[in-house]
Design a protein around this ligand. Structure first.
Ligand code: PDD
Length: 289
């Protein structure tokens, strides 16, 4: 399988791609990124992913180069992924290469644009039915978690704590509230209501989160965007994480304690079914397992 990446106007094999050590993404984490899924060569909500990128760029004063839709399409084509059951495109935009100063570089400094594509495997249904586990981890991020910056160190540390505990997801807690995962959003079922943290500066407004909220409302499931205190975890009957690479992932234990009865619950199943149906409708392919 070829692995051709895009870097600043050139298409090169990944192992030949080079950026300067003075790139501001490397020196300062001065950049943003997106991860967009394609099923059978068709995008799921590419417009929303590019919209979030544009919003982040505006917030940070970064220029978004034109032609990103075409770039996404070409990444799939050049890498033979048009018929892949599932693929993702990673795109990163930084404030370019310049002598190190904290303030912005000269206005004519070109941004660095790097993007690649690869196949992605969906979880097998048997594993899905058993569910996964999570650990709580402190949220140590800056005050603009709503911008998808490449400054991921707090999330790297949180995810590593999950891995060391032998679990799959990290549940970020700040000021006693369960906010989201290290690379996904989180939903709780409390009574008959589906709850997720409001889209504020404290979480990334996940594209999958938005789709899941739409699906839940269409299914008639009561939904509420509200803070969820860690102290109420014992009352929660179901938890699932959502994200581009996570899709809808049930969590049956947190810190070794069962969530509800410790099994994947009916609301999670309903949302997952609706999500699969949405992908099949939007991408025109039966979802591989
Ligand atoms: N992560 N929250 C955080 C902190 C994330 O990094 C992500 C995405 C999400 C889910 O967003 P979406 O549904 O738009 O993928 C929530 C990507 C996939 C990543 O870092 O690889």
């Amino acid at each position: 399988m070829s692995d051709i990446v895009y870097l600043n106007g050139a298409w090169v094999p990944r192992h030949e791609a080079r950026i300067s050590p003075d790139d501001r993404g490397f020196l300062f984490g001065d950049g943003i990124y997106e991860v967009t899924p394609a099923y059978g060569g068709r995008w799921l909500a590419l417009d929303r992913h590019l919209g979030r990128l544009a919003r982040g760029a505006t917030e940070l004063g970064l220029q978004v180069p034109p032609g990103l839709e075409q770039l996404h399409a070409e990444l799939l084509e050049r890498n033979g992924l048009m018929t892949a059951p599932m693929a993702i495109v990673y795109l990163q935009l930084t404030r370019g290469t310049a002598p190190r100063t904290h303030h912005f570089p000269a206005e004519d400094t070109p941004v660095t644009l790097y993007a690649w594509a690869k196949t992605f495997s969906r979880p097998d249904p048997e594993r899905w039915s058993k569910g996964w586990g999570a650990v709580t981890a402190p949220d140590q991020r800056w005050a603009r978690a709503d911008i998808k910056t490449v400054q991921l160190l707090p999330l790297v540390l949180a995810q590593e704590s999950a891995r060391r505990a032998g679990e799959t997801d990290a549940l970020l807690v700040r000021d006693g509230l369960m906010l989201e995962g290290a690379h996904n959003n989180v939903f709780f079922v409390l009574g008959d209501t589906l709850i997720t943290h409001p889209a504020s500066n404290q979480i990334l407004p996940g594209i999958t989160r938005g789709i899941v909220l739409e699906l839940a409302r269409a299914e008639g499931i009561p939904c509420c965007e509200a803070p969820m205190p860690l102290a109420r975890l014992p009352e929660v009957s179901e938890i699932f994480f959502t994200g581009t690479t996570t899709e809808v992932r049930p969590t049956v234990r947190v810190n070794g304690e069962p969530v509800g009865d410790g099994r994947v619950g009916p609301v999670t199943r309903k949302i997952h079914e609706a999500f699969v149906a949405r992908v099949e409708r939007e991408c025109g392919v039966p979802l591989p397992v």
